[in-house]
Ligand binder design. Structure first.
Ligand code: ZN
Length: 529
């Protein structure tokens, strides 16, 4: 039996290769974490194409820092070849790469949507309770509730604005998320399981589970530490089963400023001036999903809400505005844009926001209000600014009234914003290079989408508007009143001019590194050019 001294002596003589050497254990633990860190870095690296990402991550798990070293070398070689890094700057660049805090985690938005959410029906009753009550007699399946919760949660974490669940075949349902305006398949689920998920959502939305053909509407909500998120649900019977469309109304997402929606400095100044006036009319135009409401909210958030009496009529209310009175359209209950507008005009508010002008009565009242000491903000479904004028005249508004009531018309489309974490210099085609040379554009300022963990591999994160702004001036008033152009001519010319302006505004945003040439082409090409 060895005494204490003997033990210490043994310790000192221990072979380094022994499996229980403390040094070796420490080394193994460090190596393990270094490998995990490498996996994370490789997962976020824009240098790896998405189809090889799983492979690269596996390599990083086993070879750890070696993979990081290879990535670094590739990055340096690419940068030097592209003339973006001089040999002389290499030591400095290396140091920066080693001590760099992860740019991805900084760019990631702070979201309070945690690992779970609390789903509730419109009356605030808990999901499990509602479902248990609705499916009385049947056993409540905890797994189904968990799956439903997970699908909603992952949609929120992925910034989805819509969640669509519909049958792909007899055996399979797909769950798709609309993120930045684009639908993506999130998951495919066995139809039996998915039917149970659909039932659970219908139950919490206050719908009849047994009714599978007739279209139904409902709503539910989720509670998060930051506030409540509302969901509008529509169900309908389709070939092969049932379809659910869930619209996410996220109150916790902050309102955007005029700058954030994509307005240039000059336009911002002009718009601020217009909405400071006591009367007049601002029309925001575009098709569904072109960000009209966001633009209206940006204008409203620019106003002094304490001093002005603001009333909004919306379908649905997407954001709660402090100090404003908001009315939600409910056609079934007889609350329409026209009826609401009629009643609020009696209260004589300062600012009236009309979610959408759809009918002659609303159009007439909105124009009248704008002429009698109210500032009216409204959206209109029209393809361009000139088309908006034509549309208002189609709705029975006389040109003279329109000319005197209107202050400004804005037409807009949304393009996706490049993901700041992974965007890279664009590899231009020869025709694009020629275009740049002809128009004296700096090619090096053009970026392209690549894809990383932050943006779900798409290369885009968020959206921004490109817009055409027409101020009501004497020339335009004259055109309107003198009837020199037929409505058809006006619309045609307007759409053509709009297209040119959109491309110009879009190109400015491409050169600012905000979006890509592909995005501008995608949203402007269907306008015909
Ligand atoms: Zn990205």
């Amino acid at each position: 039996m060895a005494d204490l001294n003997g033990l210490v002596a043994d310790w000192g003589q221990m072979d380094w290769a022994l499996p229980f050497s403390p040094y070796k254990v420490i080394f193994l633990i460090s190596w393990f974490f270094l490998c995990l860190y490498s996996v994370r870095r490789s997962d976020e690296s824009p240098l790896i194409l998405n189809q090889y990402r799983a492979l690269a991550n596996t390599a990083a798990l086993f070879f750890g820092p070696a993979v990081l070293f290879v990535l670094f070398v590739v990055d340096v070689v690419q940068k030097i070849q592209a003339g973006k890094l001089a040999w002389a700057d290499l030591p400095k660049y290396t140091l920066a790469a080693v001590f760099r805090t992860n740019p991805i985690s900084k760019a990631r938005p702070i979201t309070s949507i945690g690992p779970s959410i609390e789903l509730m029906d419109a009356a605030g009753r808990h999901f499990a309770d509602v479902y248990a009550q609705q499916s009385s007699g049947r056993r409540t399946n905890r797994e189904i509730l968990d799956l439903t919760e997970r699908l909603i949660l992952e949609g929120l974490q992925g910034r989805a604005t819509d969640i669509l669940i519909d049958p792909k075949s007899d055996a399979i349902y797909t769950v798709r998320y609309r993120i930045d305006g684009m639908l993506r398949v999130h998951e495919e689920i066995d139809s039996k399981v998915c039917n149970a998920v659909i039932n659970s959502i219908k139950a919490i939305s206050g719908m009849d589970i047994a009714e599978k053909r007739r279209p139904q509407d409902g709503a539910f909500m989720a509670r998060t530490p930051d506030g409540e998120i509302y969901f509008r649900v529509a169900s309908s019977g389709v070939l092969g089963g049932e379809k659910l469309a869930i619209r996410v109304l996220d109150q916790t997402r902050g309102l955007m400023s005029l700058e954030e929606i994509g307005m240039d400095d000059r336009t911002q100044k002009a718009i601020r001036n217009i909405i400071r006036q006591p009367s007049g009319m601002v029309l925001v135009c575009g098709p569904t999903g072109s960000g009209k409401t966001t633009t209206l909210y940006a204008m409203l958030s620019n106003m002094n809400v304490q001093e002005r009496n603001i009333v909004t009529i919306e379908d649905p209310i997407e954001h709660v505005l402090p100090h404003a009175s908001q009315i939600e359209v409910n056609v079934k209950a007889g609350v329409t844009f026209a009826s609401s507008l009629r009643s609020i005009l009696r209260q004589d508010p300062d600012v009236i926001c009309v979610g959408e002008i759809r009918d002659a009565e609303t159009a007439a009242m909105a124009v009248q209000a704008a002429q009698t000491g109210h500032l009216v903000l409204a959206t209109l479904h029209a393809s361009s600014n000139m088309a908006a004028l034509v549309r208002m005249m189609d709705l029975g508004v006389r040109p003279l009234l329109l000319a005197s009531a209107l202050s400004v018309i804005i037409s807009q489309r949304l393009v996706r914003r490049l993901c700041d974490a992974c965007k890279g210099p664009a590899e231009l085609t020869q025709s694009q290079i020629n275009y740049c040379i002809q128009n004296n554009l700096d090619q090096t300022k053009i970026f392209q989408a690549r894809g990383c963990g932050r943006c779900g591999g798409t290369g885009y994160y968020g959206r921004i508007a490109i817009m055409d702004v027409t101020y009501m001036d004497d020339k335009l008033r004259h055109t309107l009143v003198s009837n020199t152009l037929t409505p058809a001519d006006m619309k045609q010319k307007g759409d053509r001019d709009f297209f040119a302006t959109l491309r110009r505004d879009g190109l400015a945003k491409v050169l600012a590194g905000i979006t890509t040439l592909e995005e501008i082409k995608r949203v402007t090409s269907h306008l015909g050019g």
